[in-house]
Write a protein that binds this ligand. Structure first.
Ligand code: NAD
Length: 353
């Protein structure tokens, strides 16, 4: 076998460990900043206040209006607040929505970011920014949006509700699964993908039984970091394209959509690249599609798009949108097979592959 590849790591600093978020002030200073604005969603406002208190004189305040899909008007309000307070960095505490707000601010101003993730979405280690304006969602990739410091503190995830832990964990697995057949994959991203999926496969069933289990929380967050890193480093294909279509055009919830689609998209693609998908069979058992389906079901994931308000007529439109523009995918895509795949995901049936 000959090896030829390009590997581009990121300059981000990753700090991992129980209690690591207590040192957030140290990292503000390492970035040569003195005036941090702490970001969160309204739901995590109290945690943002605690972080601001912990930062003491290094914090100038909080902005707690982060919301799903990074609406541009929220970003503008956050930038106005940052300017009014003279903030010189942001500390984003939360899931992909809060991280998205910090990235949107950095895209416009280059403000340095420290992210303290509390879900498994993985946005904190990607150069990807999705934003909405006037109801339309657009996605861009830019090194400007990659956060400078990420502090993974498993203790902050013990309160992540079980249902969200499950769907967020499957969202992370989706990044790794598509990374295995990415056209720009390399041996490093493949290692990260396999290790990340294995960690989540081991941790999620434990969290179902014992949501506050420290070892399982640690393992799940470690897996999420690896899977998110894969998302940030290689191109995604059919699975992410369909989830983007469903979320962007039909407003289906992000992590749940990934969880439902994953067995169907990966099973479909595995037919074309069975060798590359072998690690999925080894980790989850059975064929890639059925193994992922059985695993998702066993941990209580939502399984059917029809439970999220989607109609069968919507599937026609979704198939049109998802096959309109060509993109790289290991298996050739045509509207008929994508429509059939969406039908299976809509009804929640076990994939035939
Ligand atoms: P989220 O950030 O929207 O969080 C959902 C809710 O859970 C929020 O109210 C949040 O405050 C709350 N929450 C988060 N952590 C919690 C915890 N530990 N305990 C209790 N409540 C908690 O959800 P998400 O799935 O992390 O992020 C989804 C968003 O991130 C989407 O908009 C998606 O497009 C984006 N995303 C972007 C990328 C990227 O690379 N750009 C990657 C993945 C996701």
């Amino acid at each position: 076998m000959t090896l030829a590849f390009t590997y581009q790591g990121t300059a981000a600093r990753i700090i991992f460990g129980n209690g690591a978020s207590a040192d957030v002030g140290k990292w503000v200073e390492v970035l040569e900043c003195r005036r941090a604005l702490v970001l969160s969603t309204p739901h995590q406002a109290a945690d943002a206040e605690i972080t601001a208190k912990r930062l003491g004189p290094l914090a100038v305040g909080t902005f707690t209006e982060a919301t799903m899909h990074t609406p541009v008007e929220v970003t503008e309000r956050a930038l106005a607040r940052a300017a009014e307070l003279g903030a010189d960095c942001v500390v984003s505490l939360g899931g992909g929505s809060t991280t998205g707000l910090g990235k949107a601010m950095a895209y416009r101003t280059d403000i340095p970011q420290i992210v303290i993730p509390t879900t498994y979405a993985g946005s904190e280690v990607t150069p990807i920014l999705g934003q909405t304006e006037g109801g339309a969602k657009t996605t861009l990739r830019s090194p400007r949006v990659t956060p400078e410091v990420v502090i993974y503190d498993p203790e902050l995830t013990v309160g992540l509700p079980v249902a969200m832990s499950v769907t967020s964990g499957l969202n992370a697995i989706a990044h790794a699964a598509e990374g295995l057949y990415a056209p720009d994959r390399n041996p490093i991203t493949a290692m990260m993908a396999v290790d990340g999926m294995r960690a989540l496969k081991e941790a999620l069933p434990v969290l179902l039984e014992r949501p506050r289990d420290a070892g399982a929380r640690e393992k799940a967050l470690y897996g999420a970091w690896l899977c998110g890193t894969v998302l940030g480093q290689v191109a995604m294909s059919l699975h992410h394209k369909i989830c983007h279509t469903l979320g962007g055009s039909f407003d289906t919830p992000h992590a749940e959509t990934h969880s439902i689609m994953l067995p169907h998209t990966i099973g479909f693609n595995a037919e074309a690249v069975p060798g590359l998908m072998t690690p999925i069979s080894e980790i989850f058992g059975g064929s890639p599609g059925q193994g992922l389906y059985d695993f998702a079901k066993s941990i209580g994931s939502p399984m059917a798009l029809k439970d999220f308000g989607l109609t069968e007529a919507d599937l026609d439109r979704a198939a049109d949108i998802a096959t309109k523009n060509p993109y790289s995918n290991p298996r050739q895509i045509d509207r008929t097979s994508i429509r059939a795949l969406l039908q299976e995901a809509w009804s929640g049936t076990r994939p035939s592959y």
